[in-house]
Design a protein around this ligand. Sequence first.
Ligand SMILES: *[C@@H]1O[C@H](CO)[C@@H](O)[C@H](O)[C@H]1NC(C)=O
Ligand SMILES: *[C@@H]1O[C@H](CO)[C@@H](O)[C@H](O)[C@H]1NC(C)=O
Ligand SMILES: *[C@@H]1O[C@H](CO)[C@@H](O)[C@H](O)[C@H]1NC(C)=O
Ligand SMILES: *[C@@H]1O[C@H](CO)[C@@H](O)[C@H](O)[C@H]1NC(C)=O
Length: 354
Amino acid sequence: MLLPFESIILLLTLGLRVSAHKEPKTEKEIEVQRALQAAAYHCAPAVESFTAQRKHAWAQKVLGGVPGYQQLFDSGTYEDLRKEIESSESDKGQTIMGCTPISETHIQNNTCVLAPEVTEGPYYHTEGHPIRQNIAELQDGLLLMLDIGVIDVETCKPLPNVLVDIWQANATGHYAGHPLPHLHLANEQPQVGGKRSGLLSAFPRTVFEETWLRGAWPTDKNGVAQFTTIFPGYYTGRATHVHTKVFPEWSVLPNGTFKAGRLSHTGQFFFDDDINMVVDKMHPYTENPIRDIRGRTRNWRDSLNIFEDSHGPEGKYNPVFKLHFLGGVISQGLVGYITMGVNASASYDNFWKG
Ligand SMILES: *[C@@H]1O[C@H](CO)[C@@H](O)[C@H](O)[C@H]1NC(C)=O
Ligand SMILES: *[C@@H]1O[C@H](CO)[C@@H](O)[C@H](O)[C@H]1NC(C)=O
Ligand SMILES: *[C@@H]1O[C@H](CO)[C@@H](O)[C@H](O)[C@H]1NC(C)=O
Ligand SMILES: *[C@@H]1O[C@H](CO)[C@@H](O)[C@H](O)[C@H]1NC(C)=O
């Protein structure tokens, strides 16, 4: 069973507005976007609390039963949070956060900011992403669990029941369905200079049935969608990343995929380069075909400024996963936390495509 029926959201005719947003180009549009981001910023402490509670709850669930790891979460580490959770439980789970400051500070602190729209790139499939939490299929790599929170920047509250769609490259830098370059571009060299520096032409979709490392899952009542995957590999010209789209409206198809409705957000998530460099040395990441020719693209060199743009016009959004070890050593896997601020009533039209 993929989805409980009550969480299936039908397309609301109401929501099918035709107001395709434009990229903020004029000074006025840019000003509006900045103002919205600044307005949302005051809720930063609420996000800390949101993330801290997720971390606590999930760590208990995932690792509590693993012998040898219990003590990591038992020695009063999260005592303050536990009290908060208990008191919020007495609110009958209405909301788990309010915009009040808390003292916890080691959690990412500034994500109730509108997450910037960046390109969906050439590897999105508008149909056929399965609704599932484990997207790895038979792809080998470092275990990576993703805990993706979604907040409505208009209310600063978690957004339940929005579909979080993600897709990413495998350990050696390929996307499902796109194994090879166009024949005539097989010997293409990366572009030199400028914003497209390092990019190759996109690999065409030639294998239609592949779905690995693609999947979507609705956020739970706390606004969180969790996934199991592998750490992505790199490819020419791009910093290591995971793509995402957020759909407030969608419908489930008989084969377990979905038909997208309104789109509220298209973005990309990144990893600290320090971690990227460690993963590079692990098998099968060591088998990346461009390892000895071109190597990885660092975050700061990302083509088309995508890494930079993903921080928003004022650099107030953090698109980098907060990572923790799942076990005692990195090879036991990582869990990555991130929170996206989206405008739940917005309706985008992939205007950043390309
Ligand atoms: C959030 O974290 C950044 C560093 O990551 C820090 O510079 C900033 O002051 C913090 N903001 C708040 C509101 O705590
Ligand atoms: C599921 O159905 C959709 C729509 O007919 C189709 O595009 C997609 O390829 C199918 N996916 C699978 C995995 O069968
Ligand atoms: C990644 O996908 C490509 C294309 O399908 C495949 O050739 C390669 O073996 C995969 N990498 C790993 C580590 O499995
Ligand atoms: C959210 O989107 C709606 C509909 O486009 C718009 O009217 C509203 O101003 C937006 N709010 C924010 C905070 O971006």
